[in-house]
Design a protein around this ligand. Structure first.
Ligand SMILES: [Zn+2]
Length: 447
């Protein structure tokens, strides 16, 4: 994309040693200047960030649920403006909010999603067998949340340690007998840990790599923590799937990065870690699980499926700037379609409620400007969220039983990644002719 200033260039002027432009070019310069008042650089390679991937406007923090007594107070909103680095093709949000603000008290408890706990259990069984983990091994999970995963290692007698920055979530893990350190992970924490408990045979992190703005410090920490023949596995939503399936609602302040396999490979390589395998998973709308080891370690060779995905990403153009140019318009069209559906339903006098209060729902509802004018309320199994209100839109959150009481015509499923599980649990809405609506990748009604 050519900056506006280049298109309307109307001749340079030199003023106190600086070149300035006049006419429309000057206005564009001014806009650029405002944008650059903060240094906007790639969080991995430090190249200046100039190319917009998508700009979703201003949003509150998507996990900052509002309690009733705060409803009439100001709420901080921050930009959700995603860029793609033209140097390393890492898709990223500028760091508008520090992780300390986001994660110290966190509302996301992994154990509330049955399918996610099952996913964790299957992973545990697979990796124990693949790496021959025993009671003599040591497993560390980065951002171990409420112990949803490590509990399965504990059950098999394998020593574990979880690291979790949110004290309230870590407390829930300790109740499951999962030893948990309340800390942010990085080089410093890793050094302290190896003095305390030694290096780890398995370091794992699910949906954490995207959530640490100082990605260089985080991956360097993995290098420090990993035993000489240890393996690291990391899961994150796959950028290719996000683009293909229009999953713009998974963009929120907690997610600083949106990775392709190739961008992840480049980051790990910069810290002396080599990726050797990758799995494509259905979780979170399409994720990757990457496997890495020390660059010096020759235990594992690069798998065929790894090479194949690298080829597929190259063919899809993940390292070509124009690949990222069309996404923003696709997002705007999704907004128009969702609003069209909601307006039509309301004109017909239908009632609509939400299911779930996930982060992604908040991005969607705030971006589309959908409040109680369309959605009467939403429900969530997480008792922490019940009785509170969605950030920004202030839609009230009730326990799921509320749906049985009010018998709405439509239930809009906000965590579309687990729509199957929800439609099964809530199948009874069909008794009164209720229907499910899934907003992503495009609005679809399920009878
Ligand atoms: Zn970069």
């Amino acid at each position: 994309m050519v900056p506006l200033g280049e298109q309307y260039w109307s001749g340079p002027l030199t003023l106190s040693g600086q070149t300035v432009r006049i006419g429309k070019g000057a206005i564009a310069d001014l806009k650029e200047g405002i944008g650059n008042m903060e240094t906007r650089c790639c969080l991995f390679c430090s190249a200046p960030l100039r190319r917009t991937f998508v700009d979703l406007g201003m949003h509150p923090l998507c996990e900052s649920y509002v309690s009733e007594d705060k409803l009439n107070q100001m709420e901080p909103f921050y930009p959700l403006h995603v860029f793609v680095c033209e140097q390393c093709f890492l898709v990223q949000l500028h760091e508008y909010v520090s992780p300390a603000e986001i994660f110290t008290e966190y509302a996301y408890f992994s154990s509330y999603a049955d399918s996610w706990v099952q996913h964790a259990k299957r992973y545990t069984e697979m990796i124990i067998e693949r790496l021959n983990l025993t009671a003599k091994s040591f497993v560390v999970e980065l951002a171990s949340n409420d112990g949803y995963l490590l509990q399965h290692f504990v059950a098999k007698g394998i020593p574990v340690l979880g690291i979790e920055p949110a004290a309230n979530v870590a407390e829930a893990a300790r109740k499951k007998n999962v030893p948990t350190l309340v800390k942010f992970f990085g080089r410093q924490t890793a050094s302290e840990m190896i003095t305390e408990s030694g290096r780890a045979d398995l370091v794992l992190g699910n949906n954490v790599l995207a959530q640490v703005p100082d990605i260089n410090d985080f991956v360097a920490g993995i290098k420090v923590l990993l035993a000489p023949h240890g393996v690291v596995t990391i899961e994150f939503p796959h950028l290719m799937k996000l683009m293909e399936a229009n999953q713009f609602d998974t963009i929120y302040h907690e997610h600083f990065f949106y990775f392709s396999l190739m961008s992840a490979e480049r980051i790990f390589a910069a810290h002396g870690l080599t990726l050797f395998d990758v799995e494509e998973l259905p979780t979170h709308g399409g994720s990757l699980r990457i496997y890495g080891h020390h660059a010096e370690d020759k235990t594992h060779s690069v798998t065929e499926r790894y090479r194949e995905l690298v080829q597929r990403e190259k063919a899809a153009g993940v390292e070509r700037p124009d690949t990222y140019a069309t996404f923003a318009e696709k997002v705007r069209e999704t907004k128009r379609n969702l609003l069209e559906f909601l307006i039509e339903a309301k004109r017909k006098g239908k009632t609509i409620v939400g299911y779930g209060a996930p982060g992604k729902g908040n991005t969607l509802l705030n971006y589309c400007g959908v409040r109680v004018d369309f959605i009467d309320y939403t429900v969530d199994r997480n008792t922490y969220k019940q009785g509170k209100f969605l950030p920004g839109t202030h839609i009230p959150i009730f326990p799921p039983e509320q749906i049985k009481t009010t018998k709405p015509d439509y239930v809009l499923i906000l965590p579309w990644n687990i729509k199957g599980e929800i439609m099964e649990q809530m199948g009874y809405i069909r008794d009164w002719g209720g229907q499910f609506v899934v907003p992503i990748p495009e609005v679809r009604v399920y009878s």
